[in-house]
Design a protein around this ligand. Sequence first.
Ligand SMILES: Cc1cc2nc3c(=O)[nH]c(=O)nc-3n(C[C@H](O)[C@H](O)[C@H](O)COP(=O)(O)OP(=O)(O)OC[C@H]3O[C@@H](n4cnc5c(N)ncnc54)[C@H](O)[C@@H]3O)c2cc1C
Length: 532
Amino acid sequence: MPDTFDFVVAGGGHNSLITAAYLARAGYEVVVLDARSEAGGGASTEELLIPGYAFDSCSTGHTLIQINPLLIRDELGLVSEFGLTYVDPDPVAHVVFPDGEHFTMWLDLDRTLEEIRRFSAADAVAYQRMLDEFDEVKGVYGQYRFTPIGYGPSLDEALVDHPAGRVWMRRNVMSAWEVIGREFESRHIQAFMSWMAFQTAQPLDSPGSGYLAYSLVGGRQRRSWSVPLGGSASLPRALVKAIAAHGGTVVTDTLVTSLITENGRCVGVETESGDQYRARRGVISSIHVKALVDMAPAESWGEEFLYGVDTYNEGLSSFASYYATTEAPQMRAGDSGSVEAVSAGWAAWPEDVIEFGRGLRQSRIHRPGMFLLFVTPTLVDPSRAPGGGHPIKILSMAPYDAPEDLGDWDSGGKEALAGEHFGILQECAPNLTDDTVLARGAKSPVDIERANPHMWRGTIHGGDRGLAYGGAQRPVPGWASHRMPIDGLYQTGATTHPGGSITGGPGRNAAIVILDDLGRSLVEVVGGGSAS
Ligand SMILES: Cc1cc2nc3c(=O)[nH]c(=O)nc-3n(C[C@H](O)[C@H](O)[C@H](O)COP(=O)(O)OP(=O)(O)OC[C@H]3O[C@@H](n4cnc5c(N)ncnc54)[C@H](O)[C@@H]3O)c2cc1C
């Protein structure tokens, strides 16, 4: 293999694979280096516990990437040429509340409204109104998210020109709870809406989370929680094929430890084993910005950038546990029996959810408000386990430093917390007796970071998505357009606009910017359409 390429890509999450795939398609020689044994980062599917049980160790739902032009127009042939297929589970979600009541969201809107009416007729009207209002502006938000910063109007500029825009300028800075508490009267519907709005780990009372109260239900009511057949890794596997089809290379088990700079320009990277990969045209990173700044001399970044990275907030850390079982959770559903749902949960009362979020920032866990998402993809994709078995994941949040009452994460703390989470799942789904469990495991925030250094301090979205760290301020004001202070170095991934989750937004946006710097356009590369 040569040691010099047009572009060297450090970190192979789905975003940087997307950037690399567009550049390979444009005819550039690319190499992607990833620390893990398979590229894909948080889009990974692994036999974590026992053979044959394929767990999505991180993401499962790929809803947000469905509106990326990458998939809408299948710009890289991921669907038509490289086998990527999505299914949309129905029911969309099912939750059990602390008082034993339950709620099911269906793809059929009328059926969801009927379910809401069990609690409040007024709330069904409010839900429908929220969806309608979101429908009016969702195109503006989509355009903003899938356009690089500086290549289109700011969100406020775009909204001010929209007939309904000024209302949304207020909602953008409200908290999710301010929206939900105002719109809904039933405590149960408030709890369901809060559970939904908290899915991206943005605290319910944080300014700027107001949009999430609309967007998460809006997206899921339309197309559910889209799940790739074969597992989350099906997305990066298709991308790796797309890169290879255009002569690119993906190298795994390779940790990048430093940037090579010459005459003020980034010209390559060095790996843990001392190998050098040199770049003729540029280096693209999805290394977390907190680690990236230590990979080149401080003076090459400049004080303002370093201040920006220093003040960039990590956000809430996550906690996950995994169970290989012989049965899927049959979630309590009152007189109608039980419901099985790929996305299920325990929806705490809103005041407790708010306290849970506050507690996490003070290294404590407010138990009554825990966020719990129970994920069972085999309900729509039985190929992921043998003999009708199920790889179940429970997702929650926890402080990076284990709270005192749990002890050290590595000395029993994570098993103790996972046990509490599983206990609640068993209350919600009594069929999951201990003898249905073939194997179990847990990842503390520290383990999540160990498995992927881009998930800095166990945070899974590249950092806080609050007002101070989004849009033109992500990762640092003045450097939100993917170009870093060191000439020749670009940043993509969850630390850049529009942030974390499986959206592909940072990856495609970075490709637009890099191609622009080369005097090319993404439209020309993919043969039509619009670049944003
Ligand atoms: C338990 C869990 C559940 C989640 N569930 C969902 C979900 O259902 N839906 C959703 O949308 N999102 C979910 N997420 C979040 C989602 O996985 C991430 O936000 C997303 O993967 C970020 O993508 P990325 O391309 O920016 O980077 P990542 O996926 O983080 O990939 C970064 C890559 O860079 C590599 N890397 C980092 N540093 C180096 C280095 N120095 N040298 C070489 N390689 C390096 C890593 O090995 C990794 O492969 C979940 C995450 C977790 C942990």
